[in-house]
Design a protein around this ligand. Structure first.
Ligand code: SF4
Length: 355
């Protein structure tokens, strides 16, 4: 029975798999890059990021030699910048400690920064043929529906059940191809909404289909609470030595967007109104005596994992540089785009600073 199901999946995969660049290679570096990028975005959007990243850093040595701002810049738009930093850290470790050779087992791979059990299993199985099942969102959905696994899909016990079921299904089939067949089946056929049950080759074997439980499975985990933060951004331009420059803030604290640039800001329990700008002593010191409010944009809502940022942008021209500006970076408008920026700031610049 298991072999029959696995054969159906492999045949389906051979007939339906998408032709994606990382599939033409078993290079662990490229498998790793593709897996980390695909944790951030769908394949359709991830493709451009993958091509950009693999083009800029074609081997682990290229990535290891790059500076952190170069890596963050190339990652820009994908969000979750700690993943880019971990890619960079791991590339250095692999280049230096392992002489460019990735370890081949999940137990070794998982010790590297940013490589969790899913990525370790994906690299080990796809690049090295290790018989380890992968368990990602697509796999959880397919296996839960097919075998009627009803518990919370994020719980350790359900993870174990799915892992063990995958292992049994895999048997001695090629691990990388088998894993990819289940993931691809989840991405294209057994999708979260409106799965293709009508023409599904596994329909006759499917627990959820037979009991009309497709929509209930996999059981959803309880959603985490989303916290809201209000950022009031001051987009300050000033004429410095004859050049129009903008003040940028490098985020160095233990917070979101570590080492990325945004504008000076006031974080508050709400958005502030234009007439409140000069009320704060901190803002008065930054702007000095002569300034003009040129434009107000927002509220703009920006969603991060477990967080909602609500931002307003005050574009202000200041006549003279003030001492309080010293802790910011002065950057010409043309050069802002060269720096690593959070998506929220990148979008604002795209909309308000024409090329
Ligand atoms: Fe998924 Fe529907 Fe196929 Fe069952 S019948 S495996 S729910 S697509």
């Amino acid at each position: 029975m298991n072999r029959e199901l696995a054969d159906i999946l492999l045949k389906w995969y051979a007939d339906n798999r998408r032709d994606l660049p990382w599939r033409s290679s078993r290079d662990p570096y490229l498998v790793w890059i593709s897996e980390i990028i695909l944790q951030q975005t769908r394949v359709s959007q991830g493709l451009a990021y993958y091509n950009r990243f693999a083009g800029e850093f074609p081997t682990v040595f290229h990535l290891a030699r790059a500076s952190e701002p170069e890596v963050l810049k190339c990652w820009q738009g994908l969000g979750y910048y700690s993943r880019a930093r971990n890619l960079h850290k791991t590339s250095k470790l692999v280049a230096e400690k392992y002489h460019g050779q990735f370890p081949s087992t999940p137990d070794e791979l998982i010790k590297l920064p940013g490589i969790g059990r899913y990525t370790a299993a994906a690299i080990a199985s796809i690049a090295f043929g290790e018989p380890v099942p992968v368990v990602d969102g697509n796999v959880i959905r397919v296996i839960s529906r097919l075998f009627g696994i009803t518990g919370n899909s994020r719980s350790p016990s359900v993870y174990r059940m799915i892992h063990d079921t995958m292992k049994e299904l895999m048997g001695n089939l090629p691990p990388g191809i088998f894993n990819q067949s289940v993931m691809e089946f989840g991405a294209l056929q057994c999708t979260p909404l409106s799965p293709g049950c009508r023409d599904c080759p596994l329909q006759a074997h499917c627990f959820a289909f037979a009991r009309q439980m497709v929509e209930q499975l996999p059981a959803k985990p309880i959603k985490p609470v989303v916290s809201i933060r209000y950022f009031n951004y001051l987009v300050i331009s000033v004429n410095k030595d004859g050049v129009e420059v903008v003040l940028l803030n490098k985020r160095t604290g233990k917070d979101i967007w570590h080492n990325l640039y945004d504008f000076p800001s006031v974080e508050n329990d709400r958005l502030i109104d234009p007439e409140e700008l000069a009320v704060s002593k901190e803002i008065r010191e930054l702007l000095g005596e002569e300034w003009t409010l040129q434009h107000v944009a927002g509220p703009v809502i920006h969603l991060l994992t477990h967080r909602k940022i609500i931002a307003r942008f005050f574009r202000i021209h200041v006549k003279h540089e003030t001492p309080a500006m010293k802790r910011y970076r002065f950057t010409s408008i043309q050069d802002i785009r060269e720096l690593p920026l959070p998506r929220l700031i990148e979008k604002y610049i795209g909309n308000h600073f024409p090329d």
